[in-house]
Write a protein that binds this ligand. Structure first.
Ligand code: RB5
Length: 146
């Protein structure tokens, strides 16, 4: 898969490790995040990854900031984005199965690197279940059009 990754200054080290992990798994990773620990603004990176995902330039996205929250809120402002913050493996597979999340987010200050790898793997391995979930996703996107 082609995966966009984005991060702010709080998550440079974790981004680098997750990027390497995704490459190891055989994915192509496009890095939209910062590579320095100089203070920066997470909305910029959330938007970049959100736009790449919404435009179909990549299959999905991974966003990391201190908590995963700010950067995912920013990405969710892009039409067509469904970014989900996950701190555990169960949520990570359910956000794909039920919500068809096209971006997974987590916090470098919240989860350790091994948990972060498990979260990303659970998300990537899961499959969207469709069916009754599609109507609810359609309802979410109708909100964008009102
Ligand atoms: C940066 O200090 C921090 O606010 C940011 O990484 C993130 O946690 C925001 O949601």
């Amino acid at each position: 898969m082609k995966i966009a990754i984005g991060n702010d200054h709080a998550a440079v080290e974790m981004k680098t490790e997750i990027q390497a992990y995704l490459t190891e798994l055989g994915h192509e990773v496009v890095n939209y995040g910062t590579d320095t620990t100089e203070s920066c603004n997470y909305p910029e990176y959330g938007e970049k990854v959100g736009r790449a995902v919404a435009a179909g330039e990549v299959d999905c996205g991974v966003l990391i900031c201190g908590t995963g929250v700010g950067i995912s809120i920013a990405a969710n402002k892009v039409k067509g984005v469904r970014a989900a913050v996950c701190s555990d493996v169960t949520t990570a597979h359910l956000v794909k199965e039920h919500n068809n999340a096209n971006i997974i987010a987590f916090g470098a200050r919240i989860v350790g690197i091994e948990k972060a790898k498990d979260i990303v793997k659970a998300y990537l391995d899961a499959e969207y279940q469709g069916g009754r979930h599609q109507k609810r996703i359609d309802m979410i996107h109708e909100i964008e059009n009102r």
